[in-house]
Every structure is written in C-alpha cells, then in structure tokens.
Design a protein around this ligand. Structure first.
Ligand code: AMP
Length: 208
C-alpha cells in the first residue's frame, strides 16, 4: 500500500506515520527527517538544506530527486508511507509521475490545538523518538524513555519559523486534499485529537 499522510505541523503526522509503518511493515519516509539527519551529519545535502531551520521549504527539484531515489530502494517494493511530502502541487504532480498513491490520510486538528502542541513538542536528539512535554511526557523530564538520549526542541519549532511553516501548510499543502479528491484517490479524514493510541486505532480501522 502506497500511503501519504497530510496534516499541519504538530498534528501528530510523524508519530502516526511511524506507527502505521510498523503496523503495516512498510517504510516510513519523512523528508524532514532526511533533511535533519543530513544537517546533523554535515553532508553535502545537509549544507544545501540549512534553510529548513528558518521554516523555508527546500527547492522542489532537490526534494523530488531525493524522494525518487528513496522510493527506488528495495524496502519500498510493497509500499511506503510518505510524511511531509508532497508539500505543494509541483511535488504532488511529480510524485504522480513516478508512483501511484493508494490512499491519503488527512489528520484533522484545530489550529488552537496545533498552537498548544507545537511549542511543547520535543524529540530525542539520539533516536529521534517524539515527545510532548504536556501530552506525551517522557518518564523522566528531558530524557528519552527508549535510549536515555537528551530531549531537544527543533530549531524550527520556535515562533518565527512556526508561523512561516503554518502559512506554507495552509496555502500550499492543504490544497492537495482537493487535488487528490479530484483524482479519485481514497481520502481518509481522521480526527487527530486524542491519545496517539486512539488516533492510530481510527486510522487502522479505516485502512483495513
Ligand atoms: P517536517 O519535519 O515535515 O516538519 O519538515 C521540516 C522542514 O523540512 C520543513 O519545514 C521544510 O523546511 C523541510 N521540508 C520537509 N519536507 C519538505 C518537502 N516535501 N519540500 C520542501 N521542504 C521540505
């Protein structure tokens, strides 16, 4: 099954995409994770995508070529879940030219909840596990439950970049819902308010 998950920043997309990938035995492909990992390792790609820290999008051509190469890998043969891609019409049309999407999951979360969640979001600096210091607390403050790594706040989860990222989401990414509807792709609209387990159950119920 080739899936993609849409939803504004801090809608729980990354958390759910990882869990869906595990349930279905398919890879979770997050363009944001790929860019952050390359920045951390100081690769050539990492040097080209530093603009993400200010909330700017990476140019389409570069993003598209990374996704194309990733989808060619063997682990994608039985499906994948894309998280954070496509982010605009140019990318969605490109994706259509290289693969076929079976279903789109749209995580719906009111803006008020997004704003509450986004500033309290944290991730493990080592294993990248997601946390939220209000809704998804680690057992020990500031420490990852899984690997004891330090929990950090993303550079782009701060007020200036957050505003830019949400503006981009509502103006460029959300319109993709109509794009896929018009194409007749199965659209799964999911209430994204609740515990991660409740939301995963809603998603798996509609996918099965
Ligand atoms: P995310 O982890 O999905 O929130 O992505 C973090 C940042 O990486 C975004 O704010 C963008 O700067 C960049 N990024 C991720 N995916 C894309 C994409 N498909 N196109 C362009 N930039 C992206």
């Amino acid at each position: 099954m080739n899936l993609l998950i849409l939803g504004p920043q801090a809608s729980g997309k990354g958390t759910q995409a990882k869990r869906i990938a595990k349930e279905l035995g398919i890879p979770h492909i997050s363009t944001g994770d790929i860019f952050r990992d390359n920045i951390e390792r100081g690769t050539d790609l990492g040097k080209k995508v530093l603009m993400i820290q200010g909330g700017e999008l990476v140019p389409d051509e570069l993003t598209n070529s990374i996704v194309k190469n990733r989808l060619k890998q063997e682990d994608c043969a039985n499906g994948y879940i894309l998280d954070g891609y496509p982010r605009n019409l140019v990318q969605a049309e490109y994706l259509n030219s290289i693969s076929q999407i079976d279903a789109v999951i749209d995580l719906e979360v009111p803006t008020k909840v997004i704003m509450e969640r986004i500033t309290s979001r944290r991730a493990c600096g080592d294993c990248k596990a997601d946390y939220n210091i209000i809704y998804m607390k680690p057992k020990q403050e500031g420490i990852c439950d899984k690997c004891e790594g330090e929990l950090i706040q993303r550079k782009d989860d701060t007020p200036g970049p957050i505003k830019k990222r949400l503006d981009i989401y509502y103006s460029q990414t959300q319109p993709l819902i109509s794009f896929y509807k018009e194409q007749g792709v199965s659209l799964k609209e999911i209430d994204g308010v609740g515990t991660p387990g409740e939301i995963l159950d809603r998603i798996m119920n509609v996918l099965r």
